[in-house]
Design a protein around this ligand. Structure first.
Ligand code: TEU
Length: 562
């Protein structure tokens, strides 16, 4: 098998939500100096790429996903000098930096939009999507963060509506205008010239629109994301971006790809097409949700067989061309240990380490979300007033206006709310867990005083944190864990997830329990096989000669087979 080795395939990404990582100025908000202060810690994890959520100038309607200047740093986070210092501190330590590229929309406070809304003749008019009111009400388009889910906002000054798939303060950019595209390519070059190593591209499949704005087919009622994701010129734009910018640099790209189905995957990441290196699919993120409802929990619990199928199907889809990305949580979805494991006191340690084992032994680049290395959990706010996220706040308002069930919504958000994953990093047992000397912008999870913090776990050789370092090292030491073929065993089992990874003569067996019950597993094919236990989060034996495995709750075992 030809490997086509790449640094971004062998790398391990650590995602930082800067607002919540480390405050150094005492305003309760994380900042770039805070990240600089923690670079040695990040390096010590063994990860080698940092993805930063947006740090650009922004009025923060959506925490930086509404950008008012693509070439400036958000004042709350610091200055361009701080950014340069961060980047050089990273280079010194051999860490690469991936920035967030948010170009489906800008802020309404961006100079382009301020100009665009001034008059219909303005040079920047065509940087955004406008619908003149004399044509009547524009055809329905849904909006994620609008209380009425209306993506068209009437703007009196020019008697027109503008389009915003997200909040009213996030007008969609008009990629159909070549001048706008050149502006974007230019700002990308600006960051590449500074030395950044890549971009994570926010809702990149949404950038192309049918600008006739036809009435949408009935089938998209309620589940419009697949429609938003597949505009007519999408791949032309991605190929153009590649030719004009990306191919000039040794960088990595990962698209955020809601609405892209598995059969469309290779259109984005097949290397022959020269578009993107990787993307984040949403199949797993939708697993415990109502169909077509990204933020509503489904009634029946998710099943392990479904979880396995998603990962096995995606591995197969990208086995020969393209490359995958593995993530269990991020700033938009709840904490992995609370969602896919079990965050009760009894099972927290095994769950957190088992999920880490999964991420780091699958094919595809692993993305670790800050705090995942110490097993941070969902905060599960009781009161809506604790939420700071526009998504939860505006959905609550929709329910209030329609006389819906707010209590049910509060319960839902305990499992689904994005703020679960945005609480401040838990560094130690001091006030505010060492995140800030002042009140944090979002409440900190009180369980920092119960061992879920970096300092306590540094001091404990059997901590989640130190296990993480071991599994990271294991991946780095065994190329087969990066590139090896993946084969699923016992696909029907609802308790354990078992697979092998093989590269030439190197073979590994990974056995993971997703259950709070014990199990006895027999693998007939392994009777007589010699195996060496490389790592486990609980009692495990090192020989599998009889093919029997005693599996404890949320057990993880990695064996090398001979
Ligand atoms: O997310 C897009 C987004 O809203 C998805 O997480 C959403 O679940 C999906 O579109 C529906 O399947 C990105 C950012 O990650 C998020 O933080 C921003 O709020 C959003 O774009 C707008 O920029």
């Amino acid at each position: 098998m030809e490997l086509n080795r790449q640094w971004w395939k062998e790398g391990i990404v650590y995602q930082i939500y800067p607002r919540s990582f480390q405050d150094t100025t005492g305003n309760g908000i994380g900042d770039l100096q805070g990240i600089i202060k923690r670079l040695d810690y990040i390096k010590s994890l063994g990860v080698n790429i940092i993805w930063l959520n947006p740090v650009y100038e922004s009025p923060n309607d959506d925490n930086g996903y509404d950008i008012s200047d693509y070439r400036e740093i958000m004042k709350e986070f610091g200055t361009m000098a701080d950014f340069d210092e961060l980047l050089s501190g990273m280079k010194d330590r051999g860490l690469k930096l991936v920035m967030d590229l948010v170009v489906n929309h800008s802020s309404d406070e961006h100079q382009w939009f301020k100009e665009s809304r001034k008059s219909r003749e303005n040079t920047y008019r065509d940087y955004y999507h406008w619908w003149p009111a004399e044509k009547g009400t524009p055809p329905k388009r849904w909006s994620f963060f609008d209380v009425e889910s209306n993506a068209w906002k009437f703007d009196e000054k020019t008697n027109s509506y503008y389009l915003h798939y997200f909040s009213v303060k996030q007008p969609d950019l008009k990629w159909e205008n070549p001048k706008l595209r050149e502006e974007i390519y230019d700002l990308m070059r600006f960051w590449f010239e500074k030395g950044v190593d890549g971009f994570r591209m926010d809702v990149i499949p949404f950038i192309s629109k049918d600008i006739c704005f036809p009435k949408l087919p009935e089938k998209y009622n309620g589940d419009f994301i697949p429609f938003y994701a597949n505009g007519p010129k999408l791949h032309d734009y991605l190929q153009e971006m590649n030719q004009k910018v990306l191919c000039d640099y040794d960088i990595m790209t990962v698209g955020e790809a809601p609405g892209v189905s598995i059969d469309q995957a290779l259109n984005f990441v097949n290397e022959d097409r020269k578009e993107l290196n990787m993307f984040f699919h949403f199949d797993l993120m939708g697993l415990d949700r109502e169909p077509g409802e990204t933020f509503m929990m489904r009634k029946e619990p998710w099943k392990l067989t479904e979880f396995k199928k998603i990962h096995s199907d995606w591995d197969a889809a990208l086995a020969n061309k393209g490359w995958g990305s593995m993530y269990l949580n991020n700033h938009d979805f709840p904490r992995s240990v609370s969602r896919w494991g079990n965050d009760s006191k009894t099972h927290w340690y095994n769950s957190a380490t088992m999920l880490q084992t999964f991420l780091l032994t699958m094919r595809g680049t692993p993305y670790i979300y800050y705090g995942e290395e110490i097993g941070m959990t969902n905060i599960k706010f009781e009161n809506l007033s604790d939420y700071k996220d526009i998504n939860t706040i505006n959905r609550a308002e929709t329910i209030r206006q329609n006389g819906g069930d707010l209590d049910a919504f509060i319960q839902n958000e305990k499992d689904a709310g994005r703020d679960n994953a945005r609480t401040p990093m838990q560094w130690d047992t001091s006030t505010n867990s060492g995140f800030s000397t002042e009140k944090p912008w979002l409440k900190i999870n009180e369980n920092f005083s119960e061992g879920i913090n970096v300092a306590s776990q540094e001091a404990d050789k059997n901590s989640v944190l130190n296990y993480f370092r071991e599994i990271v090292q294991l991946r780095k030491d065994h190329l087969a864990l990066v590139y090896g073929e993946y084969e699923l065993l016992l696909p029907e089992n609802e308790q354990v997830y078992i697979y092998t990874r093989s590269l030439e003569q190197q073979r590994y067996l990974i056995l993971l329990s997703f259950s709070k019950e014990r199990a006895l597993i027999h693998l007939e094919n392994f009777v007589g096989t010699n195996a060496k236990l490389l790592l486990s989060n609980d009692d495990a034996v090192s020989m599998v000669k009889d093919g029997n495995f005693k599996v404890r709750p949320y057990h993880a075992m990695v064996y090398k087979l001979f």
